[in-house]
Ligand binder design. Structure first.
Ligand SMILES: CC(C)(COP(=O)(O)OP(=O)(O)OC[C@H]1O[C@@H](n2cnc3c(N)ncnc32)[C@H](O)[C@@H]1OP(=O)(O)O)[C@@H](O)C(=O)NCCC(=O)NCCS
Length: 162
């Protein structure tokens, strides 16, 4: 059984919301991050996580709740002044409770401190939930791309100035 299932998940972010901690990814998080990626529909090669850890440690963040990984965001600086959000995922039982928002807010602050002035991301055209969160955090549609994903779905490219 996974460590956070059922009613306890609500309790973790409900009455004990202050137990949510945003920190950098560490190697000990690897197996939990791999299973989170699969659960959230990422389907990435696990090596991606190692790659981000080795190359972009300051912008690869996890959300920890009572010692368990509730979410993660993989960001990187693709040029000195441009940040990119590559992937954001939250455990299915913990979605809708502000974990994604906290991860993004923290990442944007780190980008700002690094001197980034523009942040870009792409999101599946049908992923209204993620789009809603990004709009809420100040992102605007920049352009769209047809057949962007391997399954043929289009992407919406969003951008935000810092
Ligand atoms: C997208 C995802 C990361 C959001 O994380 P989350 O922790 O559930 O999001 P939060 O609880 O922080 O924020 C929810 C916000 O999203 C928006 N939102 C949520 N559901 C929405 C919906 N059905 N329609 C529009 N906006 C919605 C709202 O702005 C909401 O703000 P609120 O807290 O004021 O209600 C999460 O749902 C997830 O992991 N999904 C699967 C993977 C994925 O799609 N990743 C994004 C790749 S680009």
């Amino acid at each position: 059984m996974r460590p956070m299932e059922g009613k306890d998940e609500m309790d973790l972010l409900g009455t004990r919301n202050d137990s949510l901690k945003i920190r950098r990814f560490e190697p000990r998080d690897f197996s939990e991050a791999v299973s989170l990626d699969a659960e959230a529909g990422g389907g990435h090669d696990p090596y991606l996580l190692t790659y981000f850890y080795e190359n972009y440690p300051t912008t690869f963040l996890v959300a920890e709740v009572s010692g368990t990984i509730a979410g993660m965001v993989l960001g990187f600086r693709q040029s000195p002044m441009e940040g990119r959000i590559f992937w954001l995922a939250v455990r299915s039982g913990l979605q809708g409770q502000g974990v994604g928002r906290r991860l993004l807010t923290e990442l944007l602050e780190i980008f700002r401190r690094l001197g980034v002035v523009d942040v870009i991301l792409e999101v599946r055209a049908t992923n209204k939930r993620a789009q809603g969160l990004y709009v809420d955090l100040g992102f605007e549609i920049f352009t769209t791309a047809k057949n962007y994903y391997p399954d043929g779905e289009g992407a919406i490219i969003m951008r935000r100035s810092l």
